[in-house]
Design a protein around this ligand. Sequence first.
Ligand code: DAH
Length: 331
Amino acid sequence: MAEPEQLVVEAERQAGAAATLDELSAVRTAMTGKRSPLVAARKALGALEPDARKQAGQALNAAKAAIDGILSTREAELSAAARAERLAAERLDLTEVTEQPASGHLHVITQTWQELEDVFAGMGYRVAEGPEIESEWYNFGALNFPLGHPARDMYDTLYVDYGEPGSTLLRTHTSPVQARVMENQAPPVYVVAPGRCFRQDTADATHMPVFHQIEGLVVDRDTSLGDLAGTIEAFTAAYFGPGFTSRLRPSYFPFTEPSAEFDIQRPDGTWLELGGCGMVHPNVLEACGIDPERWQGFAFGFGIDRLALIRFGIDDLRELWTNDLRFLRQF
Ligand code: DAH
């Protein structure tokens, strides 16, 4: 019969050799199961004298407790190893996504557009918008361009094949938003309307068939040309900064009387033509349901793209559309 101490030593050896929980389970059966030497030794106790039986019984109990301890210690070791192995196998390498993809930024035109809105919002203007596909009436008629008037030829209009021939077009300027605002809002009116415009133009360094304008419209009591000049001047200083001034030069637009072009002067003394402006023509106020005897207004409009060119020192408008990231990233 195996000595209890030998059984413990054997259990220690076999448990140490078990490399997996399954192997350990087999060791457990072999060392403590029904057919184990331990159980056989227990059965054999009955044949012993009472004293010897007591002594041998205690020795067997101690051996059983020691073996149980060995098995559970080894089981804990093997479980921990199995868990570590599973974690290693299931590990996901997340290091690649912790590196954020480079984020882009707003296009130089969008930046300019938003800055302009901010400057005018700061001067108390609301932002309005109108459709890019426009009716002949809003683009021309309401703005005092009579049908067949030569001033319509100033605009290389793109017509849309919709409705009566010539009735629908891609707006050639943001001025139709003036008429839409006046129809929908009682004075006083202080709005700017930035937006996309279209003309049948060949692309070159200073022209694109698709471009952006921002329109300004004020309708209030006793509005004067002085208010217009002051507004242009205040805008020039707010947008371009100190050292920039503006001037008005007489011009002609059907929807303003008097009309002017406005230029800005850079700190180096050079002048740049920026846009058109004037006092809203009484015919336009009337066409939009506003009594010109009681209200006067001024309006202005200029190209956002040209402004961006000036602001950022870009010398070819086409660069803004080619989407070359090396170019766009500079702004
Ligand atoms: N709509 C004109 C253009 O595109 C620019 C313009 C001139 C707008 C005078 C105005 C204005 O509001 O009063 O050529």
